[in-house]
Design a protein around this ligand. Structure first.
Ligand code: IPM
Ligand code: MG
Length: 395
C-alpha cells in the first residue's frame, strides 16, 4: 500500500522518479567523462600564420541592438581591411539565421545551417543574441561555446588613469554552464543542477592564462574560486591551477575566494595591483561584468571566446531589450563590439590593423559623445567618425 508523502506523491511514484533521475545522472556522467577524454586527446591548434592562407571572418548580427552595432563594425572592417579583402587574403562572410525569431521557429538554439556556415569560418564576430528565460531554448552563446569548444573567455579591462590593466581568463565551457539546461527537478519538492569541472578543461584554461602572463610580462596571476565551499569542483580547479603555475616560476600565483575578489575590485586601494585573473565559468561571468562597469559600463568591453580550432568575438553586453523598447536602439554604443573586432584582429595575427582600430576607437570616443540615450549621439554617428578617421589615415 502506497504511503502518501506531504507533497502528494506516492512512494512508488517518487521511487520511479528517483530511478529516472539516477539513470539521467549516469548518462551525464558517462558523457562528461567522454568529453574530458576528448579534450585531453586534442592537441593540434589551428595556425593562422601559414603563408598564403586565406582567413574567413564570419559576421553575425544577432538580436536587439545587435544589427545596429554590427552594421558599424562591418563598415569599419570593410574600410580597415579593404586591401586584404581586395587581394583575397581576408574574406568577410555574413552569416544569417541567428535571430530569436528563426531560432524559436525552428526550435533550435543554433540552426543547423547557421552552425555549418560558422564552421567554415576561422573566426567570427557576433552581435548579442536573446536568451529566453525558462523554456527549452538554450543560450546561443552557451551552445556555440560548447559546439565549437571555445574554452577560453578572455576579457581585458583597462582604466589607464587608475593604472588598472586587467585580463580575465574565464573558463568558458564548464562549471554551471555545461549541464545548465539538464538538471533534475522533482516538481513541488526540489531541483538540482550540476556543476562540472574536468582535469583537461582546467589545465587548458590555466595554461592559456599563464602563457598570456609570461608572453606579456605580467608578474601575477590571481586564481579565483570558492574552494572552501565547492570542495570537489573548485578544489580541483585550484589544485590544477597551482600545478600549472609551478611551470611558470617567474609568475606569482595568488589565491582568492570570489566573494572577497568582488569586494577587492571596488577597493581603489588594492585593485590596480591585479593583472591576470584565472576563474571557473560562472565566477568569471559575474566578475567580468563588475570589471566592465568599472571601466565605464558593459557597453565598453569586448570579449574573446577562444578555442583551438575557431574563435568567436563579441560584445560583453546583451541585446538591450529595454533600450529597444524605449526606441533608443540607434543610440547604442558600438565600442564594445569594435573592441571585440580589435581582439579578433590580434588573434589572427593582424597586430598593426588592431592597433589602428584601437587608436581610431580612442579618437572617436573623444569626438563623439555617446550616452546610450537620446541625449547622446547615435551609433551611426560613431561609425561615421571612425570611417572619417580611418580614411584620413589612409591619405
Ligand atoms: C556573457 C553572457 C553570457 C554568459 C549569457 C548571454 C549566456 O552573460 O557572455 O558573459 O552567461 O556567459
Ligand atoms: Mg555575462
Amino acid at each position: 500500500m502506497d504511503q502518501k508523502l506531504p507533497n502528494g506523491f506516492s512512494d512508488t511514484a517518487t521511487e520511479n522518479e528517483i530511478r529516472d533521475a539516477v539513470s539521467h545522472f549516469e548518462e551525464l556522467l558517462r558523457e562528461q567523462l567522454n568529453r574530458q577524454a576528448r579534450i585531453a586527446a586534442d592537441t593540434a591548434p589551428r595556425d593562422f600564420h601559414e603563408p598564403g592562407r586565406q582567413i574567413r571572418i564570419g559576421l553575425i548580427d544577432g538580436d536587439g541592438i545587435g544589427p545596429i552595432i554590427m552594421r558599424e563594425a562591418r563598415r569599419v572592417l570593410d574600410s580597415l581591411l579593404a586591401s586584404e579583402i581586395a587581394c583575397g587574403q581576408v574574406q568577410l562572410c555574413t552569416i544569417e539565421g541567428l535571430t530569436i525569431e528563426n531560432r524559436l521557429a525552428l526550435g533550435k538554439t543554433v540552426p543547423d545551417d547557421t552552425l555549418a556556415a560558422i564552421r567554415t569560418c576561422d573566426v567570427f564576430l557576433k552581435g548579442p543574441t536573446t536568451t529566453p528565460k525558462g523554456g527549452t531554448v538554450e543560450s546561443a552563446n552557451v551552445t556555440l561555446r560548447r559546439e565549437l569548444d571555445l574554452y577560453a573567455n578572455v576579457r581585458p579591462v583597462r582604466v589607464p588613469e587608475e593604472n588598472i590593466d586587467w585580463t580575465f581568463f574565464r573558463e568558458n565551457t564548464e562549471g554551471e554552464y555545461t549541464l545548465g539546461s539538464r538538471g533534475i527537478a522533482f516538481p513541488g519538492s526540489l531541483s538540482m543542477d550540476f556543476k562540472v569541472i574536468t582535469d583537461a578543461g582546467t589545465r587548458r584554461i590555466a595554461r592559456a592564462a599563464y602563457e598570456f602572463a609570461r608572453n606579456n610580462g605580467k608578474q601575477r596571476v590571481a586564481v579565483v574560486t570558492k574552494a572552501n565551499i565547492m570542495k570537489k569542483t573548485d578544489g580541483m580547479f585550484s589544485r590544477i591551477a597551482h600545478e600549472i603555475a609551478a611551470e611558470y616560476p617567474e609568475i606569482e600565483t595568488e589565491e582568492y575566494y570570489i566573494d572577497i575578489m568582488t569586494a577587492n575590485l571596488v577597493n581603489p586601494a588594492v585593485r590596480s595591483r591585479f593583472q591576470v585573473f584565472l576563474l571557473p565559468n560562472l565566477y568569471g561571468d559575474i566578475l567580468t561584468d563588475e570589471a566592465a562597469q568599472i571601466q565605464g559600463g558593459v557597453g565598453t568591453a569586448g570579449s574573446a571566446n577562444i578555442g583551438d580550432h575557431c574563435a568567436m568575438f563579441e560584445a560583453i553586453h546583451g541585446t538591450a531589450p529595454r533600450k529597444m523598447e524605449a526606441g533608443e536602439g540607434e543610440y547604442a554604443n558600438p565600442t564594445s563590439i569594435l573592441r571585440a573586432a580589435e581582439m579578433l584582429l590580434r588573434h589572427i595575427g593582424m597586430r598593426e590593423k588592431a592597433d589602428i582600430l584601437s587608436n581610431t576607437i580612442e579618437q572617436a570616443e573623444k569626438d563623439v559623445h555617446i550616452t546610450g540615450h537620446r541625449d547622446g549621439e547615435t551609433c551611426a554617428a560613431f561609425g561615421d567618425r571612425m570611417l572619417a578617421i580611418l580614411s584620413e589615415g589612409k591619405r
